[in-house]
Design a binder for this molecule. Structure first.
Ligand code: RBF
Length: 356
């Protein structure tokens, strides 16, 4: 190769290198859209505000997204457990959105739409699906809120019927309990008031002992708390403290009293101890909503509130373990209440605060 040929080759290589660099650079700049066109995936991130294991609604949310991904081969799922330090959630959500990889971020609990507001502002293309939550219409968000007044009422009524019954574990005190992981608006304005109302519908003399654990994971502390309630005469406890629920179940089992379980059907965790489960069809809801978001039919900026009538809040009354634990006289009164909520002869609206 002579000098002329050599320099020709150098120029050619330089031009080629410049062209390749330009293409790579443009691809990098154009970001998500171009990459998406190339890989045509629909990427969903599930932001878990806590950990999945032991938290009934988080488990259902993840299962619902995974079911959507099983239906559509180009839906991908990443699950991010943001942990129990709530002060870190905003930053973690911001980082997730900053990846600009996910068409949809799915999360759950009443605090999350508010945590996400500044993130939505910073990333106006990012879409969010929040379940078990509500916020004023925001065009990047869809929220689904369950009527937890009804949900609390059904277990409160059952607790009331049990504490005044002659069931093996029921004492003569008319006292039932509720243990919450932490105090938050849905707890104080829907769940606890619903629970109390249900209990009083069973017998107006019933007292409700409401305690707050202070976290969603400490089963030992939950066990002690439950034990002290039981010692003071409580014979039925509604447990809503995520991974710490196990401690409440242990204390109840040891003392031969009853547990009411929230959000999912879990009689098998402690047959004979778990006397009633009220469930939310969150897995199905998330599955359906993710598919709608995927196909472009989800109407962003919508807030939906759903309850017993719409089939989203259910009392798990067909389970053999429930039928074995609770006498038929109580089962039939539960059926009547469920029917009353279905046919509208009993109306338990969510407070105005939630209706944006
Ligand atoms: N529920 C859980 O089961 N596990 C949790 O870790 C958990 N963390 C929560 C954190 C916040 C800030 C809020 C508002 C709620 C949390 N919940 C948790 C409650 C959950 O969203 C739901 O309200 C209850 O499970 C009752 O349906």
């Amino acid at each position: 190769m002579n000098i002329k040929q050599k320099s020709k080759k150098t120029v050619f290589l330089a031009v080629l290198l410049a062209a390749v660099t330009t293409v790579l650079f443009l691809n990098g700049c154009s970001g998500k859209k171009e990459t998406k066109a190339a890989d045509s995936t629909y990427d969903v991130a599930v932001f878990v505000p806590g950990v999945v294991a032991g938290s009934p609604l988080y488990e259902q949310m993840v299962a619902g997204v995974k079911q959507a991904a099983a239906d559509k081969s180009n839906i991908t799922v990443k699950v991010l457990e943001a942990g129990f330090n709530q002060g870190e959630w905003k930053e973690k959500l911001m980082s997730l959105a900053a990846e600009k990889k996910y068409e949809l971020i799915v999360s759950e609990n009443g605090a999350m739409p508010y945590v996400a507001l500044p993130v939505a502002e910073a990333f106006p293309e990012q879409k969010f699906l929040f379940v078990d939550a509500v916020i004023k219409p925001q065009k990047q968000m869809y929220t689904l809120l369950y009527n937890q007044v009804e949900e609390g009422y059904l277990v409160g009524y059952l607790g009331g019927l049990i504490t005044k019954s002659s069931m093996k574990g029921a004492n003569t005190d008319l006292k039932i309990g509720i243990i919450a992981g932490q105090e938050f608006p849905a707890m104080t304005q829907m769940i606890v008031p619903g629970y109390k109302k249900g209990a009083l519908a069973a017998d107006p003399r019933i007292k409700v002992d409401y305690r707050v654990l202070g976290n969603w994971y400490d089963a030992n502390k939950a066990r002690e708390l439950a034990k002290s309630m039981i010692d003071s005469g409580v014979d039925v406890i509604l447990t809503i403290c995520g991974g710490a629920n196990q401690g409440v179940i242990t204390a109840a089992k040891e003392s031969g009293v009853y547990v009411l379980y929230f959000d999912s059907e879990q009689y098998a965790l402690a047959p004979g101890t778990i006397a009633g489960c009220v469930t939310l069809t969150q897995k199905e809801a998330v599955h359906k909503l993710v598919l709608e978001a995927y196909s472009g039919t989800l109407s962003w900026g919508t807030n939906r509130i759903v309850g017993v009538k719409e089939g989203y809040v259910r009392f798990a009354e067909d389970n053999a373990l429930y039928k074995k634990t609770v006498p038929e006289s109580i089962q039939s009164r539960m059926r009547e209440k469920v029917q009353a909520l279905k046919d509208g002869s009993l109306v338990l609206p969510v407070p105005e605060f939630w209706k944006n």
